[in-house]
Design a binder for this molecule. Sequence first.
Ligand code: DX5
Ligand code: ZN
Length: 219
Amino acid sequence: MSSSIVVAPSLLAADFARLGEEVRAIESAGADWLHLDVMDGHFVPNISFGPAIIKALRKHTTLPFDVHLMIAPADPYLAAFADAGANHIAVHPEASPHLHRSLQAIRALGCKAGVVLNPATPIETIAWALDLIDIVMVMTVNPGFGGQAFIESQLGKIAALRTLIDSTGRPIALQVDGGITTITAPKVIAAGADTLVAGTAVFGAPDYATAIAALRGPA
Ligand code: DX5
Ligand code: ZN
């Protein structure tokens, strides 16, 4: 069961002076996806990187690029991220006025479409867009920074989303982002998550392969 857990290290915790090398190392270490946190200093109180950096990294790895947009508005930039090599693009419902339209646009660009739910955002937000969603991401911290403490109240939301996703019969990934460690990973997996984002717990570890395997849990 847990051998099917997808691990997506977040580049936010990598050494920004050696990004190409870091991406190659994480692929060798067994990562499944590369999670790319894009922050604009407006939707979230931090600034990270944009499509130019993602495009430069594209030639360093064949890992799927899992792009998490923390920018508002998001719609005007979707094509730029697809062109840069994004395979998945996830948006926050609060960041653009029409979630359904954003998801249609992401799909039309040939990418998998994700929706990210902040800790206070209810699951009902996505109920009428599930047919367009490939990935649901539950924020277990408030977005903006790596290294924050896991918000336990989200375990109930993850369990409720597991039931909702199963009711669709569609292969929608249930991803968790924020404060994922070897302590919290088993909790979110038990609640029904199948995909783990981890920044500090992977890039802050002395051995990336060991860290990724530890998050995935027993085979
Ligand atoms: C936070 C980002 C996360 C972050 C996770 O806004 O969306 O992806 O990198 O970092 P850790 O794993 O350190 O909580
Ligand atoms: Zn993220």
